[in-house]
Design a protein. Structure first.
Length: 700
């Protein structure tokens, strides 16, 4: 016997069978004319979704068409579940009933909000504080100006907005771009304002707010290049998270690739990239960010104990060794300076420092973290059983036909040990003073200083500005068999021929000052002190410079004038400093524009006039669009900018008078000495980098 319900045909035997054996994954209860269905698991698998579908079908067979689905036990819903809910709602409405949702958690609510499900299916238990958060965007209201929205929401003052609008008229950049770049408005606040202006949802994109299967429908390289990621698909509608909803070419390209109708939602660019990497590394051992290890990769000089050999053999039975080796090889291949392996509560994050900035490249399941750490400690010949104290070591690998040193550092933390590997690749180090990127005038002056037989030359700049590289290049330039060159370093980063290199050991009292005292008894011609940190080292260095030695060293100051005031503040008598100091080289490293996505444009007349470039002719500048080659940053590779201050007779007299910073700055301006900013503008004019990059580096 069969029963017909408006086009639906069911076997009564099947009904009786389902009555006798109730669905185990969906609990059914009745309150009046309503039927409550409560799935016991997340709606993330076809099996769980099928159970719910069968339960609703059974309700329809019984004539129960007013259905409430209680989602208290449902933490996550995928695209298939969303489609199924819409289909069930349509079916129940056609039969004169309805479908409503209850006890919806915040994650599911956000999914319903960004997909528009909450506009179709009622959610009967949304608290008052969530009504505003998940309200339907009003697409019929007149569109406000972005600036007005920012002012209304107290994100920026009207005065500051007027200033930025004036700047916008001169530069031609978008208002939002200027506000974010200058730090006036955060990127998130800007996205919220855009969402209000465009009547478009904003999503705080994270795990759970995308369907991994849908993310994979668009090739990762394409998604990264376009700065967009598909997150859910309902029938022919594809929801795409993007940080630039006005980039219609990107949305059109996604439609071509997927064959679906694209509906954009707003998200931060960093969250988009992070989501792509999370999906790619769901199985971290097969992530497309970690490629097969080349045959020429091997660990050099790994003297293993018997216990370590056993562990290494056990690890060899798993993919851990291959994964660790491939991470290192990828870092070397991408010219990373550091590898960060950071444990968290739900995942281990792996980031590379490339061109001075950190980029997330993959995530590893936390269960694998101890094995990764143990493998690295084995490679560094460290105690793998010690997890409570920091450890330092050295790893040497052979790849791409050369040896590369890795400096290992571990630090115990809340969720486990964090590891940082400093990549010391001699092949990437510039040891030729002619290749430091100096202007012709600065290079000639620097070489003149290096030919001095005595005196103190200081190289200044913050950490990571290339000071040590400049010192090594200088030593390489003046190195010869006739000279006794001695270095004091912490630690020795690159080994050089015919140079006596020494490493400080603070644990046994071997400091910069103590080694320097003994070095001066070794008949040196040239002494390189890795860093002047305190008064004693500064005093000995100055005395050495005054007694016939050429002394090279570094200081952590922002510019050349700061080195003079810093030395005096450390207790060096001005009259001694004026006699000893030969010159100061201040420098920074700037990112250069990625050649793969280089895009040129004509500089506006206002910019040409502001920076004093030649008027009356078109100045063509450049910027990077962002691509997979540069981790979507628009930059790849680095160059240096310099400010070189020579101590002549006039400056010597000025130093003896214990000058203030302002007096020194006036001297530099009066003598028309090229500052770091001036040198940076030359690189901008030549199309090597951007104004934004110069401003970022110098202001930091």
């Amino acid at each position: 016997m069969r029963r017909q319900i408006k086009g639906l045909s069911f076997s009564m035997d099947a009904i009786r069978a389902q009555d006798e054996v109730p669905t185990t994954e969906v609990i059914s209860t009745h309150i009046g004319v309503m039927t409550y269905l409560a799935p016991k698991a997340s709606l993330a698998s076809s099996e769980a979704i099928g159970e719910l579908r069968d339960a609703v079908d059974l309700c329809i067979i019984k004539g129960e068409v007013q259905v409430v689905i209680n989602l208290c036990s449902v933490e996550y819903v995928n695209s298939e579940a969303l489609e199924t809910l819409l289909d069930m709602h349509t079916q129940l409405v056609r039969l004169g009933g309805w479908l409503k949702l209850a006890q919806v958690n915040n994650l599911a609510r956000e999914i319903f909000y960004i997909t528009g499900i909450n506009e179709v299916i009622s959610i009967i238990d949304i608290a008052s504080d969530n009504n505003e958060k998940f309200k339907k965007p009003d697409r019929n209201s007149p569109r406000q100006k972005l600036g007005d929205i920012l002012v209304e929401n107290n994100m920026v003052s009207q005065k500051k907005l007027d200033e930025v609008i004036s700047l916008q008229l001169k530069s031609g950049n978008r208002l939002g771009q200027i506000l974010v770049e200058k730090g006036i408005v955060s990127e998130r606040d800007m996205m919220l304002a855009l969402a209000e202006q465009l009547a478009m949802p904003y999503v705080n994109l994270r795990a759970g707010l995308y369907d991994p299967d849908v993310v994979k429908t668009l090739d990762k390289e394409v998604a990264t290049r376009l700065g967009s990621v598909p997150i859910f698909k309902i029938k022919d509608k594809l929801l795409v998270a993007t940080s630039d909803p006005q980039a219609l070419h990107a949305l059109n390209e996604i439609e071509e690739h997927t064959g679906s109708r694209v509906s954009p939602v707003l998200a931060l660019q960093e969250h988009i990239i992070k989501s792509l990497n999370e999906v790619a590394s769901d199985n971290p051992l097969t992530s497309d960010l970690i490629f097969d290890v080349k045959d020429d990769f091997e660990v050099v000089d790994s003297s293993l104990t018997s216990d370590q050999i056993t562990i290494d053999e056990l690890a060899a039975g798993s993919p851990i060794i291959n994964m660790v080796n491939s991470i290192i090889q990828r870092a070397i291949n991408d010219k990373a300076s550091d590898i960060h392996i950071e444990p968290g509560r739900s995942k281990t994050l792996i980031r590379f420092r490339i061109d001075g900035l950190l980029y997330e490249v993959m995530t590893v399941k936390p269960v694998l973290h101890p094995a990764v750490i143990s493998r690295l400690k084995v490679m560094a010949n460290l105690d793998i059983s010690e997890r409570r104290l920091p450890q330092d070591g050295r790893i040497q690998v052979y790849t791409h036909g050369r040896e590369v040193d890795l400096r290992f550092s571990s630090l115990p933390g809340l969720h486990g040990e964090k590891i940082v590997l400093r990549v010391l690749d001699k092949n990437q180090t510039i040891l030729d003073v002619n290749k430091l990127g100096m202007s012709v005038a600065n290079l000639a002056l620097y070489l003149k200083m290096l030919k001095r037989t005595h005196g103190l030359i200081l190289v200044t700049g913050p950490t990571g500005s290339g000071k040590t590289t400049s010192l090594y290049a200088a030593l390489n330039y003046i190195n010869s068999i006739e000279k006794n060159i001695v270095t004091i370093e912490d630690p020795v980063e690159y080994q050089m021929e015919i140079i006596n290199q020494n490493e400080i050991k603070a644990s046994v009292g071997l400091t910069f000052a103590k080694i320097l005292k003994h070095v001066l008894r070794q008949d040196p011609d040239i002494v390189m002190v890795g860093e002047i940190r305190e008064q004693e080292t500064a005093e000995i260095a100055v005395q050495a410079a005054l007694t016939g030695h050429l002394v090279l060293s570094t200081l952590h100051t922002n510019d050349s004038a700061g080195a003079i005031t810093r030395m005096i503040d450390m207790g060096i008598e001005p009259y001694l400093l004026s006699s000893a100091l030969v010159g100061v080289l201040a420098q920074r490293l700037i990112r250069t524009i990625c050649p793969a996505c280089n895009n040129t444009f004509i500089a506006p007349p206002e910019m040409v006039e502001r920076y004093g470039w030649e008027t009356g002719k078109q100045i063509r500048l450049a910027r990077g669009r962002g691509c997979p080659e540069c981790y979507d940053s628009g930059y790849k590779g680095r160059a240096s900018i310099h400010e070189l201050l020579e101590v002549d007779q006039e400056l010597q007299k000025l130093i003896m008078a214990n000058p203030s910073r302002d007096v020194l700055s006036e001297f530099i301006a009066r003598r028309d000495i090229k500052t770091l900013y001036d040198d940076g503008l030359v690189h901008v004019h030549d199309g090597d980098t951007t104004i934004e990059e110069i401003t970022r580096v110098i202001n930091n």
